[in-house]
Design a protein around this ligand. Structure first.
Ligand code: KDG
Ligand code: MG
Length: 405
């Protein structure tokens, strides 16, 4: 018997940071949750869902996940883009959650069943100078992590994105007011990065998996120089060495280095990633289910990537809500070409709103046994944390020119 979508509600909540959450309720009382968080542009996705999708969804067959995906993607005429794809992802995740709950199975069972028991995850270490960074790495090692992303300050600069001083926690979005501005100087970074990462490698020994994110700040020549200077550090990956849309230019970087490359956290559809996959210009695809159209689209992209020996290395910062984190866990459990997942962790307030059954220990993420995606949202708690304007910072060159992300 068909199960019909009866209610569509959008929640915007800010337990330490903003999240956009979609609730779909069926006529027989099953509730599914989706994530539509787009860091710094949250209200645009909330409006897309509320003003343009909600009424079109009510009355549809909740079991027809693929048909609903096609209806929202092909039917709208306007395709792709982060706002559209995050909105479609939220609907998709909520419908997978509903199907799992209705059938009494975790979502990964619906995707063919697990091909592994747990996901290897990397987390973040950050410190302005080498002693602070090593301290941060040690704290993450004590928590059991076997893979760590190391970010550090640059002499001469006041701030560097993703880097804190004095052991403070890092959060991508600054809360209250407009975007902060930071000055960036690539030459100083290129001089400094090899020494710092070599010091980290020497400190941790050969086994720990070390990663580094260049946050799209380099041109291909600078990227090749950086990668070559890091060959001996044995990085697990070097991330976002050039702006993600400059795909053809990645060939030049690739030809110069054997350091594994990861790109794609800003991608929204297979069309953003096809050249990188088919020419195997990357080793890891960073797309997240919330920004890549949900489980339905991401599983096709990962199946396509499998043909080219490109692995999934999904984005998992604090701005990917526990609902998407869990959806990504279920998808990656059932995906052969999974490599590693980012797990930045959440402020304790996030746990007051999102009750997740996944567990992180020993550097691995494991699912719970609940049917569906295994995340429940406490709506009363969500209402206690209203939206706060928050943005990623904007970087400028020393002369004031806006710099690439
Ligand atoms: O919203 C964007 C941030 O989450 C992103 O900049 C963080 O680069 C990032 C990463 O790899 O987690
Ligand atoms: Mg990144």
């Amino acid at each position: 018997m068909a199960r019909t979508i009866a209610g569509v509600d959008v929640l915007v909540t800010s337990p330490s940071r903003n999240f956009v959450t979609l609730k779909i309720t069926t006529d027989d009382g099953v509730v599914g949750w989706g994530d539509a968080t787009l860091n710094g542009r949250e209200l645009a996705v909330a409006a897309y869902l509320q003003d343009h999708l909600a009424s079109a969804l009510v009355g549809r067959d909740a079991d027809r996940i693929e048909d609903t995906w096609q209806y929202l993607y092909r039917g709208a005429y306007w395709r792709r883009g982060p706002v559209t794809m995050a909105a479609i992802a939220a609907v998709d995740l909520a419908l997978w959650d509903i199907k799992g709950k209705a059938l009494g199975v975790p979502v990964y069972q619906l995707l063919g069943g697990a091909v592994r028991d747990k996901l290897l995850c990397y987390t973040h270490a950050t410190g302005w100078d080498v002693p602070e960074l090593l301290d941060s790495v040690e704290r993450k090692r004590e928590q059991g992590y076997r893979a760590i992303r190391a970010q550090f300050g640059v002499p001469g600069l006041d701030k560097v994105y993703g880097v804190t001083r004095g052991g403070a926690a890092y959060e991508p979005a600054g809360r209250g007011g407009g975007p902060a501005e930071e000055v960036w100087e690539t030459s100083a970074y290129l001089r400094h990065a090899p020494t710092v990462l070599a010091a980290v490698r020497e400190h941790v020994g050969p086994e720990l998996k070390l990663l580094h994110d260049a946050h799209h700040r380099l041109n291909p020549t600078e990227a090749a120089r950086l990668a070559r200077s890091l060959e001996q550090v044995d990085l697990f990956w070097l991330e976002d060495v050039i702006p993600a849309e400059n795909q053809r230019l990645l060939r030049g970087v690739r030809a110069q280095t054997t350091v594994p490359l990861a790109i794609g956290e800003v991608f929204n559809s297979v069309w953003d990633a096809d050249r990188l996959i088919t020419e195997r210009l990357i080793d890891y695809l960073r797309m997240a289910v919330v920004h890549g159209g949900g489980i339905s689209h991401m599983r096709k992209i990962l199946a396509f990537a499998e043909l080219y020996q490109v692995k999934a290395g999904p984005h998992g910062p604090s701005d990917v809500s526990p609902v998407s984190m869990s959806a990504s866990l279920h998808l990656c459990l059932a995906t052969t070409n999974f490599g590693i997942h980012e797990f930045m962790g959440y402020d304790p307030l996030v746990g007051e709103v999102f009750r997740s059954s996944f567990r992180m220990s020993d550097g691995y993420l494991r699912p719970g046994d609940e049917p569906g995606l295994g995340v429940d949202v406490d709506e009363a708690a969500a209402a206690r944390f209203p939206y706060v304007q928050a943005y990623l910072p904007v970087a400028r060159e020393v002369d004031g020119t806006v710099k690439d992300w």
